[in-house]
Design a protein around this ligand. Structure first.
Ligand SMILES: *[C@@H]1O[C@H](CO)[C@@H](O)[C@H](O)[C@H]1NC(C)=O
Ligand SMILES: *[C@@H]1O[C@H](CO)[C@@H](O)[C@H](O)[C@H]1NC(C)=O
Ligand SMILES: *[C@@H]1O[C@H](CO)[C@@H](O)[C@H](O)[C@H]1NC(C)=O
Ligand SMILES: *[C@@H]1O[C@H](CO)[C@@H](O)[C@H](O)[C@H]1NC(C)=O
Ligand SMILES: *[C@@H]1O[C@H](CO)[C@@H](O)[C@H](O)[C@H]1NC(C)=O
Ligand SMILES: *[C@@H]1O[C@H](CO)[C@@H](O)[C@H](O)[C@H]1NC(C)=O
Length: 499
């Protein structure tokens, strides 16, 4: 059948027409307008001739109106928002009832756009509500080769989701974002991250696995699929043209994500790493990892069924809802780290906003505070490392580990400020109880932290990254059960440097 060829011609025409529109920003003459519309109509004819989806016809038609007759509204002139992202979520009918809860956490009906792609038609008894994305059923993949002895052929189907999503021909899409049914996206931050990049260029954005063993097996060049990754429209145009061939060429690759990366390496587009995507290829307690988040917006979490709850005193779902309660009030600040000293009491305080506070009854260097406690193991071998970031071991001596406080409440104060409260939690790794031989009675008396902060402007993420600063606002002298912390921009020449 020549339909594949016809489709790719359609796509190429479609692409030409987009490029044409995007680049001549000034002086869009009547001539170029006319040209633009004739290229668009060729593309339209291809669509109507070869596409069996009447939907694409309408969408494209709409697009011509928007682009040709309103040149001021051409793609690229307005800031990327959630409507420009099309999600392709890899689902499976058998796991749907377990995974639905993850999607419900982040999917915003009639705001987020995209589809869950199933392996086969859902059972008639499956729940489907307006609050969930619509589903599609992936096309048959039996003609493709798959030879990874420890993997599953479902990787082929998953790899093709980007193509099947693209071929729906939806309008005004700048980014295709792929994810699993157990990926939790923090969509405000995803938009912040993608908006930094020019969607008219070819970008492949995501992150590696945390476990070095995984990166060695599935490549450091891969954006791991569970963490979610983004492909800009022009890159998708080129990718879908060669993807089916790549699936056969990289038949021995385990996952859909490394098959896609193989294909992108043929185009020559490398991974642009963004540190807020989290594949979460770890086992055990994610606490240490999340409490030491890099200076980058939190974009995604994955494998939440495979790690212990984020808040150790709660269930997985309660934990996520708690984290999201902070995120909803201040998305950009979620998990952001700040350190400060109380020089009257020789304390160090590490705040991971919206999650946890750690109190050390001593002055600890910033270098140490920014390093993750290794409360987890590697994904496959369940070893103590190596990871793609540094960790420090958790001492079994209670005098060597900080006091831990976990998020209890989040409040919005006066519109642009937040107040978060953190309650003391006896560390789960601490079997020896409290430190008895330190001079830390005042620290042990602290039951709560109140942390105030201004809301984090997403524009800050367009600047060079810098951890924000904090200060301890002194209460009464002596023993207090509450410590108040203010997070703020750092001043010139301010650093977390002990005297
Ligand atoms: C997103 O941007 C488009 C312009 O490209 C605009 O028409 C639309 O209203 C915006 N949507 C949201 C949700 O802000
Ligand atoms: C739904 O239907 C499928 C197949 O018909 C069956 O295997 C499954 O047990 C049913 N589930 C429920 C909750 O009834
Ligand atoms: C699949 O593998 C078989 C056996 O290695 C080979 O003969 C065939 O050409 C492959 N098919 C494709 C489409 O690559
Ligand atoms: C804080 O540490 C400094 C230097 O180690 C020491 O001189 C000082 O007495 C300590 N202050 C308190 C209140 O422990
Ligand atoms: C600390 O926060 C709680 C709310 O979480 C509030 O009731 C209390 O007044 C705050 N304390 C101070 C000193 O701001
Ligand atoms: C706060 O700290 C300053 C010195 O840093 C001290 O002079 C003042 O008395 C303290 N206030 C209270 C209420 O403890």
């Amino acid at each position: 059948m020549s339909s594949t060829k016809a489709r790719s011609e359609t796509i190429q025409n479609h692409f030409k027409y987009r490029n044409f529109l995007v680049f001549p920003t000034n002086g869009l003459s009547m001539l170029s307008l006319a040209l633009c519309c004739s290229i668009a109509s060729i593309s339209l004819i291809f669509y109507s001739a070869f596409s069996n989806q009447s939907l694409s016809f309408n969408f494209l038609n709409h697009k011509i109106d928007a682009n040709c007759f309103n040149p001021g509204k051409v793609d690229g002139f307005e800031k990327t928002n959630i409507s420009h992202i099309l999600f392709g979520i890899g689902g499976s009918v058998n796991l749907w009832n377990k995974r639905i809860h993850y999607i419900e956490l982040w999917w915003k009906p009639s705001i987020t756009r995209g589809f869950v792609w199933f392996d086969h038609k859902p059972f008639s008894n499956m729940t489907w509500t307006e609050t969930l994305p619509q589903y599609k059923v992936s096309k048959d993949t039996s003609r493709f080769n798959y030879t990874c002895w420890y993997g599953s052929r479902s990787a082929i189907r998953m790899a093709r989701i980007v193509k099947e999503t693209f071929e729906l021909g939806l309008e005004n899409i700048r980014w295709f974002v792929m994810g699993d049914d157990d990926t939790v996206f923090f969509t405000d931050n995803l938009v912040t991250v993608l908006a930094k990049y020019n969607h008219n260029q070819m970008y492949y954005i995501g992150a590696n696995s945390e476990s070095v063993e995984q990166d060695m097996e599935h490549s450091y060049a891969t954006a791991y699929g569970g963490a979610g990754f983004a492909i800009s429209y022009p890159l998708a145009v080129e990718l879908v043209r060669i993807l089916d061939g790549c699936i056969n060429r990289y038949h021995e690759f385990y996952g859909s994500d490394s098959k896609i990366q193989g294909c992108l390496s043929e185009i020559g587009v490398p991974l642009t790493k963004e540190l807020g995507f989290h594949q979460m290829d770890i086992r055990g307690l994610p606490y240490g990892l999340l409490a030491a988040h890099p200076v980058a917006p939190l974009v995604s979490l994955h494998h939440l069924d495979d790690v212990l709850p984020i808040f150790p005193s709660q269930t997985r779902m309660e934990s996520l809802k708690r984290l999201i309660s902070g995120y909803e009030v201040d998305p950009g600040r979620t998990l952001q780290h700040s350190f400060c000293y109380d020089l009257r009491r020789n304390w160090s305080v590490s705040v991971s906003w919206g999650y946890t506070v750690m109190l050390y009854p001593s002055l600890v260097t910033a270098k140490k505070l920014e390093t993750a406690f290794q409360t987890f193991q590697t994904w496959g071998s369940r070893h103590g490392g190596p990871f793609t970031f540094n960790t420090r071991t958790v001492s079994s001596d209670p005098c060597e580990i900080p006091l831990v406080y976990l998020l209890d409440r989040v409040e919005s104060v006066g519109g642009d400020e937040t107040l978060t409260t953190y309650n003391r939690y006896l560390p789960w790794w601490n079997n020896q109880g409290e430190c008895r031989h330190c001079d830390c009675t005042p620290a042990l008396a602290v039951e709560f932290f109140n942390v105030s902060a201004s809301k984090f402007s997403p524009d800050l993420w367009n600047k060079a990254p810098r951890r924000q600063c904090c200060e301890i606002i002194n209460g009464s002298d002596g023993v207090n059960s509450m410590v108040q912390v203010q997070i703020r921009d750092c001043m010139h020449f301010e650093s977390v440097t002990p005297p």
